[in-house]
Design a protein around this ligand. Sequence first.
Ligand code: NAD
Length: 267
Amino acid sequence: MTNITVCGAAGRMGSRIVALSRDYTDLRLVGAVERTAHEAKGRDVGHIAGVGDLKVMLTDNLEEAAGLCDVIIDFTSAASTIEHARMAASKKKAMVIGTTGLSKDELQLIRNHSGQIPIVLAPNMSVGVNLLLKVLQDIARVTGDDYDVEIVEAHHRLKKDAPSGTALKMAQVIADALRRNLDDVAVYARKGLIGERNQKEIGIQTVRAGDIVGEHTVLFGGLGERIEITHKASSRDTFARGALRAALWVAGRQAGFYDMQDVLGLK
Ligand code: NAD
């Protein structure tokens, strides 16, 4: 049995993880953590997730909630995730991190903790997107510099970071396959008299509207043809199930820094 504590338990992702955890006979929800000012603090998290009594109260005390669990699942915000990773390392608890919008320095701080505990971090926990990352690598290797790469992502109006962590991951995977430095070739916006496209550019464009769960299209534009690969998430449950699968995988594993490619055996 793997015991989990969910950080950000009343959020869009956290509440789906809480709800779906009931489907797994080998997982048990033992803790649910929210920020101190959250209005639902002290309530049964099952009610917040819309699944009735779970006998797990929403708390702001991660230290206490972490004591009971094997794995902390964190879908909060960059600043909170850093704090939670520090706590997880001090308590020797495994972690699954879905939070996006982490800066390079923040990522490095988390990586440092993976010397003491196993951490799975992935900006997108769906099986489909992780399969796609593998396919994108293959396409980029074959199409090389002859095809222009453009990525378009769309999310709901409440999303705080842009471009999405998934779009950035896709861009990174493609840049690595093409032996380009993403910082040098990424183009995030175009306007005005911008001149001809630089052959090595990787364009990454953002759309924010309504309740779009998450859509990504990667376009490889050649002369006489183009390839478009699209992934559309229709429900957050795909990410939530990925996070729960990652929690089962990471429990009891050696300290280290892992991603969903490791969890899904795609490496
Ligand atoms: P959300 O705003 O609905 O939920 C975040 C929750 O975290 C909120 O309820 C907030 O109160 C809580 N929180 C903030 N600070 C906290 C703290 N210190 N301790 C405990 N809880 C705290 O956002 P969301 O849509 O659920 O997304 C959360 C994060 O997950 C974002 O970074 C988002 O981009 C990312 N995300 C990742 C994936 C993935 O597959 N990896 C999928 C969807 C979203």
